[in-house]
Design a protein around this ligand. Structure first.
Ligand SMILES: Cc1ncc(COP(=O)(O)O)c(C=O)c1O
Length: 919
């Protein structure tokens, strides 16, 4: 019993595996603190202080030992040395070694400093006893760890380690150390815990179960596995492990060493997740070189490398870009500070050339092409295109590439405005599918699958399925709603097997590298559905992501990812669209940063994204469990952000409030899940509206945040956040909550009432969010149709003619009169208030009472497309009537063709007869 209790206390809570990584660092820090305190105790003090310190240190060391088997540094030999010192009461030796290890773990110096690996700096005699290998790496050589899975003994492990070390050569680009895992479970735990692991070498023939006792983790792992350990033969564990590792961390290179017919295995389906199969250890040098090559391929940034090369060359430029090479700046009398501020490399790396090793973004044949191929592989796509003008442009490129005039597109109305403009450009007929509202917080959620399926079925019933082309959704939404992409696609493809999907993952590019989020990404769904559906449907998925929003790319760096079985059909229009929207002077630094962002994510994206998720969970815990902060500020939970019917698992919060197994189940199966890294913090209870609170945080406390709603703000964690950031934010919230509380406690009765009324106003008196009303019949190709599609393009361009437009003030009685008696109010343009940031009116939309009421209640400053002094811009009823009379073309009604040179004959989609343009 006693030993059971001991092992339980020493076993870290592996169900909380995200925080286990952070607590590892904390524990080393704590051990260091204890060791220093012990060393500082006067020698004659034998009291309980000393006993307590030693017993806590022993317990902590035991706990660390359990986890340290999954890390190469400090390694069991160093830990053994630490234990020896502790047992021998060598206080100063223990304090010294604990300090060195803690420093190396926390600062990551073991990666480049060989001396961090020395067991004992002061004693060469002790050094010779220690079975520790000094790494001796060149300080600038990059470091990673290789996981070796196999059931070899400790002596076997030492031998392999030694043999591998002997293969190191001075010109190796990287340096690596080995971590050993004796079982399937240990291998998975090591890969999940240790972000330094970049490659895995599997020796066939190892058991499934770990000898260590992790009851929580076993349950969690079971959910991740595609094999049943009870029924799978141990011989098949190798390929099963490769598949499981690939699912958890697809960037890892997996090598299998087998003594059974490697040729057959290399071509089998099971070996897909394996980079290379070796016949046992016939040639260790080959394996060593393969390991270096695998990481080298991810490290390689062809465009960036060439740009650096280019910057070093003495090149005289006679093209049109004076800042190139920086001479116009560094020789200037007046703008030298520009050079000092940005540094010389920025200008040395500037060019308008597309040759000389720089390639052309518009027609890539060299290193941009390779960089894009690498990005496609890293993000799990068939193809990747780099964009240098943000996802705003990437979205328009995709819309223009795949949508043909007259095609019907389904879209969430809350999607980013670039999609709406894309529909205008493409001449799409749009059906807006409504997201569920979160009226209480003045925001929308995401679009239920049933809504999308109903729209498709209605189109099918109307015989229009052949005209349906694309579904556009935002995943995840601004506020963090993540679709169950596979479910959406599966159900849509059952009705329309060639539907194209555009998932705007502007905020979600990082998700590929985090196993918790990845299952909710477009590219992962495409991959899994290709396997699941076989040839039953065409997989046609496009993803756009603002690489700059979640990875280390410069602003405007964006990518378009493609997994389209029929891409050949759209290749040419895609190129046209790309040419339409891409500058002929794309920014070289943005292209290079996209290349680098990919490198970073493939090599450390796992660790960084897991950390940002853990930090977000920490903020959630700290804020919601703090009695004073949570009185005024709260981070909304999945229960508050997603209606119950879309959370089939019943999960209403995050770990530790729910178990990890349950949480992963919710991520896997629920219709919607809430991205933990996007945190909506309510501030209405503190009497702040979102904008006020945002300004307060930015102006007074240096906290920059994302967006606001009437009574909340949105913050997000990112790959650059640290625990200090979390501490700062939580500290600021505590201070603000304290201020509000103190003020209220000492306020007069009247002031208290005023505060209550302000809070009530912010929380309860929220305007109903208006649904999309409908398109005016003048913009519907088939006004009698039951399906609501309409097009914005003609309405948009009609408004280019002043004679077609009128302005009516929002407060004017004319609005109320026309709402009651007509003629209908029809919007001439997009009206987009910030927040909420989606178009409340689109061109050609009939404006209804709900929209007017919402607009009148809006108290935000920024409303794009609306100027209060002039009022709403409407299309005149006469212009609309004339358009309808002329068979649906305003330009014809006005007697002038839009965009068609005089004398050119065109046929419209609606009228088969050629119409001569009159001018
Ligand atoms: C969902 C969504 N898509 C696209 C964009 C535009 O991205 P970018 O800023 O990269 O142009 C945004 C910007 O906020 C967005 O929220």
């Amino acid at each position: 019993m006693a030993s059971q209790a001991k092992s339980d206390s020493a076993t870290p809570r592996f169900d909380q595996f995200l925080s286990a990584i952070e607590s590892r660092r904390d524990n080393w820090q704590r051990l260091h603190g204890l060791a220093q305190a012990w060393a500082a105790l006067p020698a004659d003090r034998k009291g309980s202080d000393r006993v307590d310190l030693i017993s806590e240190a022993k317990q902590l060391l035991a706990q660390l030992e359990t986890l340290e088997v999954y890390f190469a540094y400090p390694g069991l030999a160093l830990i053994q040395r630490l234990r020896e010192k502790l047992t021998a009461s060598d206080t100063s030796g223990f304090a010294d070694l604990a300090r060195r290890i803690a420093k190396a773990v926390l600062g990551g110096t073991y990666r480049r400093d060989g001396s961090a690996w020395d067991a004992d700096e002061e004693s060469t005699e002790a050094k010779s006893r220690a079975p520790v290998y000094a790494r001796g790496a060149a300080a600038d050589r990059l470091y990673f760890e290789v996981l070796v899975v196999g059931s070899g003994s400790a002596a076997d492990q030492e031998r392999v380690r030694r043999e591998i070390r002997q293969l190191r050569r001075n010109d190796d680009p990287f340096d690596y150390e080995l971590v050993f895992a004796p079982s399937f479970e240990d291998a998975m735990l090591a890969a999940l815990f240790n972000g330094d692991i970049q490659a895995v070498v599997i020796y066939e023939g190892f058991p499934f179960k770990s000898k260590l006792n992790f009851p929580y983790m076993a349950d969690f792992l079971a959910r991740q596995l595609t094999v049943d350990p009870q029924t799978t033969a141990p011989a098949a564990f190798g390929t099963a492990l490769a598949a499981a590792l690939n699912r958890a961390r697809p960037e890892l290179d997996v090598y299998l060493l087998t003594d059974q017919a490697p040729e057959r295995l290399a071509t089998s389906r099971d070996a897909k997740a394996i980079r290379r199969v070796f016949y046992d250890v016939e040639d260790l040098m080959e394996l060593h070189l393969a390991l270096l090559q695998g990481v080298g391929e991810r490290y390689d940034t062809p465009y960036f490398d060439n740009l650096k090369e280019y910057a070093r060359r003495p090149i005289g430029t006679f093209h049109a870009l004076p800042v190139a090479r920086g001479k116009s700046i560094f020789k200037s009398h007046w703008i030298r500070d520009m050079g000092e501020f940005y540094g010389v490399n920025l200008f040395m790396a500037e060019s308008s050339a597309t040759t000389g090793g720089l390639d052309s973004l518009l027609e890539p044949t060299g290193n941009i092409k390779v960089a894009q191929e690498k990005a496609a592989r890293a993000f799990g796509a068939d193809r990747a295109y780099f964009g240098t003008n943000g996802t705003s442009t990437s979205n328009k490129i995709v819309a223009q590439a795949v949508v043909r005039p007259g095609d019907i597109c389904l879209a969430d109305r809350n999607c980013h405005k670039s999609h709406h403009y894309g529909f205008v450009l493409a001449g799409a007929e749009v059906i807006y599918v409504e997201a569920f509202p979160l009226t209480e917080y003045s925001m929308y959620g995401a679009v239920p699958t049933t809504t999308i399926v109903k729209a498709l079925n209605d189109l099918k019933a109307a015989g229009k399925l052949d005209r349906v082309r694309m579904l556009t959704l935002t995943n995840c939404t601004f506020d963090g709603h993540m679709y169950n992409v596979k479910k959406v696609m599966r159900e849509c493809l059952a009705i329309k097997p060639d539907l194209i999907f555009l998932f705007d993952e502007a905020w979600f590019g990082f998700a590929r590298f985090d196993p918790l989020h990845r299952r909710r990404t477009a590219m992962q769904a495409a991959k899994e559905l290709r396997q699941e559906l076989g040839g039953k449907a065409r997989i046609r998925v496009y993803q756009t992501n603002s690489t700059h929003k979640s990875m280390s790319a410069l602003r405007q760096g964006s990518m378009i990812l493609v997994a389209d079985d029929d891409f050949a059909e759209v290749l040419e229009p895609f190129e046209e669209a790309f040419f339409t929207h891409t500058s002929t002077s794309p920014n070289l630094q943005i292209i290079a940063s996209l290349d680098i962002a990919r490198r970073q994510m493939e090599l450390e994206g796992y660790e960084l994204t897991m950390r940002m998720t853990e930090l977000a969970l920490q903020i959630r815990r700290e804020v919601n469990n703090h009695p004073l902060i949570s009185k005024y500020f709260r981070v909304l939970t999945p229960a508050e952000m997603i209606p119950k019917e879309f959370r089939e698992s019943g999960v209403d919060d995050y770990p530790p409030a729910v178990t990890w197994a349950k949480f992963v189940e919710s991520l896997e199966d629920d219709e919607f899940a809430l991205d933990p890294t996007r945190l909506t913090i309510t501030c209405g209870a503190a009497g702040f509206d979102g904008t006020q609170f945002k300004n307060l945080l930015a102006g007074k406390y240096d906290v920059q945040l994302n967006k606001t709603s009437r009574n909340s703000v949105l913050i997000q964690t990112n790959i650059n956040n640290t625990r200090s950031d979390v501490a700062h934010l939580v500290g600021v919230l505590a201070r603000l909550a304290g201020d509000v509380d103190r003020k209220q406690n000492s306020a007069s009765e009247g002031d208290r009432e005023a505060f209550k009324s302000r809070v009530r106003d912010l929380i309860k008196d929220v305007p109903d969010l208006p649904n999309f009303s409908r398109f005016h019949d003048a913009f519907r190709s088939d006004p009698a149709s039951k399906t609501p599609e309409g097009q914005m393009r003609d309405a948009f361009f009609m408004a280019y003619r002043a004679e077609n437009c009128e302005h009516v003030k929002l407060s004017s009685p004319e609005i109320d009169k026309r709402l009651k008696e007509g003629p209908e109010l029809v919007s001439a343009n997009f009206v987009i208030p910030y927040p909420p940031g989606f178009p409340i009116m689109v061109p050609g939309q009939v404006i209804d009472l709900a929209t007017i009421t919402f607009m009148r209640k809006l108290d935000v400053k920024e409303i794009h497309g609306y100027h209060a002094p002039t009022g709403l811009k409407l299309l005149k009823p006469e212009a609309l009537a004339a358009r309808q009379k002329a068979g649906g073309r305003a330009d014809r009604a006005a007697g002038v063709r839009v965009g068609v040179p005089a004398g050119v004959e065109v046929t419209t989609t609606r009228s088969k007869s050629p119409v001569k343009a009159k001018r």
